[in-house]
Design a protein around this ligand. Structure first.
Ligand code: NAP
Length: 250
């Protein structure tokens, strides 16, 4: 049996995360498919991972809840062994709207999931991977967004700001953990064809914006997942603190 490592993919049940799980299974990883609410979707992804040759478990956990995150990492310790890779992919976007429509509840939830959730998962990963904690090292991939540099005017500046935070986290963590055997990088996907646009109340976003992409098309979840697999692998062994745009030139 090939053993590439043990990875937790947050938000692994749909979209980009699901493709990362599938390709990780194909590469021989043991995969923890995290989800928040859609257990059946997670179960389907776990079956794809196993069909591709990897081992899989599913874990329902809201990454914004500290106790959920701790339980998830303990489950992985028990079921899959020590984690070697973390993909902070879980993320939410609010309904398309203007800045004067934002309220504290929405902004706080956005930051809790997209930023606090990523921090909590990184903490648990570092406690297991860091050579300063007797670990054997590892890799962390943060799913940021082109929104971090575009700002998402007229759509969701709160989301863009959460991804800006993710870029800063990536830079700081890469520097702080670089001598502890851990590489930290981010991917900034552009317009990717997933269900996230429908959750923003704009299912037609891909169609409407694709001509603003220099390559005149949306990207696929698989095209983003391939970059994540590269950052997880030894092929990117000297890449640390990078913000990798997978955005068709947008
Ligand atoms: P998606 O299709 O909406 O899927 C989101 C995934 O995250 C689902 O598996 C969902 O699980 C999970 N999730 C949501 N809230 C969670 C929470 N609190 N705890 C744990 N899991 C949670 O999204 P996507 O388009 O694949 O996006 C994945 C990542 O890429 C996000 O961080 C997003 O911001 C980023 N991104 C996407 C695009 C794009 O155009 N699609 C562009 C740039 C960046 P449930 O279904 O169980 O809730």
């Amino acid at each position: 049996e090939r053993m590439a490592g043990v990875v937790i993919v947050t938000g692994g049940s749909r979209g980009i995360g699901a493709e990362i799980c599938r390709l990780a299974g194909k590469a021989g990883y043991s995969v923890c498919v995290n989800y928040q609410s859609d257990r059946e979707a997670a179960q389907n992804v776990a079956e794809l991972v196993e069909a591709a040759g990897g081992k899989a478990i599913i874990c329902g956990a809201d990454v914004a809840q500290e106790s959920d995150v701790k339980s998830m990492f303990r489950l992985v310790d028990q079921e899959l062994g020590t984690i070697t890779a973390l993909v902070n992919n879980a993320g939410i976007v609010g309904k398309v709207g203007k800045v004067e429509e934002l309220d504290a509840e929405r902004i706080n939830r956005m930051l809790a999931v997209n930023v606090t959730g990523a921090f909590l998962c990184v903490r648990e990963a570092v406690l297991r991977m860091s050579t300063a904690h007797d670990g054997k090292g590892g890799v962390i991939v943060n799913m940021s967004s082109a929104a971090a540099r575009l700002g998402s005017p007229g759509e969701f500046i709160d989301y863009a700001a959460s991804k800006g935070a993710m870029d800063s986290m990536t830079i700081g963590m890469a520097k702080e953990l670089g001598d502890q055997g851990i590489r930290v990088n981010a991917i900034r996907p552009g317009l990717i064809d997933t269900e996230i646009h429908a959750s923003a109340g704009a299912a037609d976003r891909v169609e409407r914006f694709k001509d603003s992409v220099p390559m005149k098309r949306a990207g696929s979840a698989e095209e983003v997942a391939k970059a994540a697999l590269w950052l997880m692998s030894e092929d990117s062994s000297y890449v640390n603190g990078a913000l990798v745009d997978v955005a068709g030139g947008r």
